[in-house]
Write a protein that binds this ligand. Structure first.
Ligand SMILES: [Zn+2]
Ligand SMILES: [Zn+2]
Length: 256
């Protein structure tokens, strides 16, 4: 059974979020799920938005609300040129949990310019190869975020990430996670459509086949109505493949 929503953004620490600490604390009090706040920290990100925050300020403002049901983490945006900055921040601040996510491959893959001049195969292969490069360069984090992220923004007629077309890259990524005792996130954002569910379920099937057992479950909510959304669908994926949902407190894995 899922006990925590482990991927949540709040404003102003995540500039693209539309929910405040007060909103989320209120929802947490009434929720059956514990929450881990995971603000964006994309060092060296180039673009209009600034996805960096000041950890001192974050801990100063949010620590009074921290308890066993409400934890303080971070979503680190992985780029080959920012691993030293991430390592320094993780050594300096007491995050409970760290998601590692790839949001950029050169450009931001949420922007359509990324896909200019690329075929779908190239765009998706580059994305998966970048994930693997990042893992090999830096892996002091707890769970790999939203592997189906590219499907959210892809401009192609069929935006889905098909295991059959990218099996070798996915196998390499999952073997790395399994060998290093890391987790794979079930990001529930796309699970409300059948096609989104089928895509992630196929990906998770491969992870399970390779021996993957540990998962974290996160809504990636930027607004209150999305907190812990589609967790019933995530429970189906967990039950089908026999995964163990976990969360992290003080960087220690908790299984229940
Ligand atoms: Zn993300
Ligand atoms: Zn996120």
């Amino acid at each position: 059974m899922i006990s925590f929503d482990t991927h949540i953004h709040t404003y102003p620490f995540s500039q693209d979020a539309h929910q405040s600490l007060r909103d989320v604390v209120g929802k947490n009090a009434a929720s059956r799920y514990g929450f881990v706040i995971t603000e964006h920290m994309d060092y060296n990100y180039v673009g209009k938005m600034n996805f960096e925050f000041q950890p001192e300020e974050y801990f100063k403002q949010y620590s009074p609300y921290r308890n066993d049901h409400f934890l303080l983490g971070v979503e680190m945006g992985l780029q080959p040129d920012n691993f030293a900055k991430i390592a320094k921040a993780l050594a300096a601040y007491p995050f409970d949990m760290v998601i590692g996510s790839v949001h950029t491959v050169g450009g931001d893959i949420a922007h359509k310019e990324y896909y200019d001049k690329l075929t779908k195969t190239e765009a998706y292969t580059n994305y998966l190869v970048r994930i693997l490069e990042c893992l090999e360069g830096f892996h002091d984090f707890d769970t790999l975020g939203h592997i189906d992220y590219i499907c959210r923004y892809s401009p192609f007629d069929d935006p889905e990430l098909h295991v059959s077309e990218h099996k070798a890259a996915l196998v390499a990524i999952f073997n790395f996670l399994i060998d290093h005792n890391m987790c794979l996130e079930i990001n529930t954002r796309r699970l409300d459509t059948q096609v989104g569910f089928d895509t992630l379920n196929e990906i998770m099937r491969l992870y399970a086949f390779l021996g993957g057992r540990l998962v974290t479950v996160g809504s990636d909510a930027h607004k209150v109505e999305n907190l812990s959304k589609n967790f019933d669908k995530a429970e189906k994926i967990i039950a089908e493949h026999g995964f163990t949902p976990v969360y992290f407190k003080e960087r220690k894995r908790i299984e229940l």
